[in-house]
Structure formats: structure tokens, C-alpha cells
Design a protein around this ligand. Structure first.
Ligand code: NAD
Length: 335
């Protein structure tokens, strides 16, 4: 019996989770929700996903000739687990609906840890969501930080981590957000990213700053880590090379920026040209004394997608071994 997954909110993240669920042999899509009959709703119908809509949207879908399978409540009823990919401010309302229907649900990083009390990252804490009713896959940036820092901490014990996040201003399909010709610092310091990492690694001393820049491609992190144990640059490279869902690239191979990383993802034939791995520049890793410096890049639209699949497996008790779940997810998604 496959686990029945409903996707509430079929936008940047929801669309990708749907594709990834479809690639698994132990889960299936029972429906997606859309609020308006957009090109995405029409494409979902073409892909064969049952489309569910809020009651107040039924008329608009009928007028646009987009076939509807039922209401959002009907989808919740049909699902074993809902992957909630709605934008902010809807979580409490939907949480009440999922709870009333006795269903499991996963939220995304736009929501606070307090909503679920459990946050998820496959590398760091797969088992904490085991059998849980509600969990939250942390944000794209937090996922990126956990993938590398968790393993560096495990091997060399991190005394302090200082991170600057250079953030994309909007997703590629977003024509509303900016800046388009400015650099915008986040002045509420330290930023929320550090505490978000601590929702999974509460013992980690980490502080973060962030600036938004006019690009849609990726985020880049500059990371400075004080290590407790001595390490050489080569030893750190070996640890990062072996981190799950981390790809090491070489500047001298021509991967000089986020532009070539996204081109590489397209060349690899990835779904939607996504780079699901966190990308680290090999030549940009350096240890001086007990201080480690490195850069990493995060494809904000896609790094959390394999995490959602593993979170479903943990919550629905489909696979007890985190490594086996991750291996299955990665193989099916072509990582
Ligand atoms: P999005 O705006 O691309 O998609 C949200 C979808 O929800 C849209 O299709 C919208 O029509 C739908 N929606 C709106 N109101 C709804 C309602 N009442 N009921 C059902 N659906 C409704 O947003 P996104 O970028 O996919 O973000 C979703 C979540 O994922 C947020 O928590 C966000 O913080 C998180 N996240 C986003 C990114 C990213 O870079 N885009 C990365 C990681 C995590």
C-alpha cells in the first residue's frame, strides 16, 4: 500500500514535491490544491493530478473550464499525509483542519518551529519525526547550513560559526519582489537563520547576518567556523565531500559562480534544471589555525525537496534507516 500524499499549495515548492513524490514507489499523489485556474493549475490537470480547490474558487475553475476533483477538505480526507506548501499566515487555519481530520502534515521553512515542535533535516535528525503527526522541513538556507555544519561538527566539534547569507531577491518565476538594483541588508541582527539551525542543532553556537541581492538563481553563504579539534584543509574537504546531498565543484573547471552551477544542473538533466545538492567550491575551503573558511551555494527552489520525501518516510514509518531513505530518494530523483 502506497502512502497517499496531498499537496496543499502548488507553487514553487509544492510543484517540486509533487514531482518527487511521483518518482517514489512507496507513496503517491492523491491531489494538489490550487486557488486560481492559472497555467500551473492547467498543467497539473495535464500531468494527471486531481486538482482540489477552496469552495470559494469552484466557480472560477468552472468558468475557466479547468476540471476540479473537489474541495481542499475533500483532498485532506483522501490523503494520509498533507505536504503543506502554502505561503505564510495560513498554517494555523490548516493545522486545525488537518488535526480535525486526524491527518499527518508537513510544513515548510516559512513557518516557525513552534507550529509543530519538531523540525526536520534528513542528515541531522531523521528519527525525530518518526511516526509524528506534524513536522516542519526547515528553510532552504537552514537546510544548506545543516547539511555541511552537522558533519563538520560531528567530526571536528564547532566552537562558533559565523555565517553571512547572500540571498536571492526573488524566485525566477516571481516578477513582484526585489530589489532589482540594490543590496538590502537585514538589519534585525543576528538574523533568524541561526535560531532556525538551532531548532535542530540546539547545541551549536551560530550567528548569522544576511543581505538580499538582485539575482534569482541561488543563495550563497560565506561561512567562518572556529573548530575545537585541529583539522587540516584536506581533512575538512574529505568531510564535506562525504556529506550527503552536497556537491563539491571546482572553480578551475569553470564553475565560478551560481550561473554555472545552474547550468550544470541543466546539463545533468535534472527535473526543472534544479540543483538539489548544496554546492561547495573546493578551492574555497581553507583552514587557518583553528578557523575554517568556506563558501556554499543553495538552490532555494529545490534543496528542500528530497528532505520532504524523507520526512514523509519518517513520519509514515516507511523506512527506519535514514541512510536507506536518503539513498532511495536520491536514486529516484537522479541526484
Ligand atoms: P509560492 O507562493 O510559490 O506557492 C504557494 C502556493 O500556495 C501558491 O500556488 C498559492 O496559490 C497557494 N495558496 C495560496 N493560498 C492558498 C490557500 N488558502 N489554500 C491553498 N493554497 C493556497 O510559495 P513557495 O515559494 O512555494 O513557498 C511555500 C513555502 O515553502 C513557504 O513556507 C516558504 O517559506 C517555503 N520555502 C520556499 C522556498 C523558496 O525559495 N521559494 C524555499 C524553501 C522553503
Amino acid at each position: 500500500m502506497k502512502v497517499k500524499v496531498g499537496i496543499n499549495g502548488y507553487g514553487t515548492i509544492g510543484k517540486r514535491v509533487a514531482t518527487a513524490v511521483n518518482q517514489q514507489d512507496d507513496m503517491e499523489i492523491v491531489g494538489i490544491t490550487k486557488t486560481r485556474p492559472t497555467y500551473e493549475a492547467k498543467d497539473a490537470v495535464k500531468k494527471g493530478y486531481p486538482v482540489y480547490v477552496p469552495k470559494e474558487s469552484l466557480e472560477a475553475f468552472e468558468a475557466a473550464g479547468v476540471p476540479v476533483a473537489g474541495t481542499v477538505e475533500d483532498m485532506i480526507e483522501a490523503a494520509d499525509i498533507i505536504v503543506d506548501c502554502t505561503p505564510g499566515k495560513l498554517a494555523e487555519e490548516y493545522k486545525a483542519k488537518y488535526a480535525a481530520a486526524g491527518k499527518k502534515a508537513i510544513w515548510q521553512g516559512g513557518e516557525d518551529h513552534g507550529l509543530t515542535g519538531i523540525s526536520f533535516n534528513a542528515t541531522a535528525n531523521y528519527k525525530e519525526s518518526w511516526g509524528a503527526q506534524f513536522s516542519r522541513v526547515v528553510s532552504c538556507n537552514t537546510t544548506g547550513l545543516l547539511r555541511t555544519l552537522y558533519k563538520i561538527d560531528e567530526n571536528f566539534k564547532i566552537k562558533n560559526a559565523f555565517v553571512t547569507l547572500i540571498r536571492r531577491s526573488a524566485d525566477p518565476n516571481d516578477s513582484k519582489n526585489g530589489p532589482i538594483n540594490a543590496i538590502e541588508p537585514v538589519v534585525k541582527l543576528p538574523t533568524h537563520h541561526g535560531p532556525d539551525v538551532q531548532s535542530i542543532m540546539p547545541w551549536l553556537n551560530i550567528s548569522t547576518m544576511a543581505v538580499k541581492v538582485p539575482t534569482t538563481l541561488m543563495h550563497v553563504h560565506t561561512i567562518v567556523v572556529e573548530l575545537e579539534k585541529e583539522a587540516t584543509t584536506e581533512e575538512i574537504k574529505e568531510v564535506i565531500r562525504n556529506c550527503p546531498r552536497v556537491m563539491m565543484v571546482k572553480n578551475k573547471d569553470g564553475v565560478k559562480s551560481t550561473a554555472q552551477i545552474m547550468d550544470l544542473a541543466r546539463e545533468l538533466g535534472r527535473s526543472r534544471g534544479d540543483m538539489f545538492e548544496i554546492v561547495v567550491w573546493e578551492e574555497g575551503i581553507k583552514v587557518v589555525g583553528n578557523t575554517l573558511y568556506f563558501y556554499q551555494a543553495v538552490n532555494q527552489e529545490s534543496d528542500v525537496i528530497p528532505e520532504n520525501i524523507d520526512c514523509i518516510r519518517s513520519m509514515c514509518k516507511l523506512e527506519a534507516d535514514p541512510a536507506k531513505s536518503m539513498e532511495k530518494t536520491d536514486r529516484s530523483m537522479g541526484l
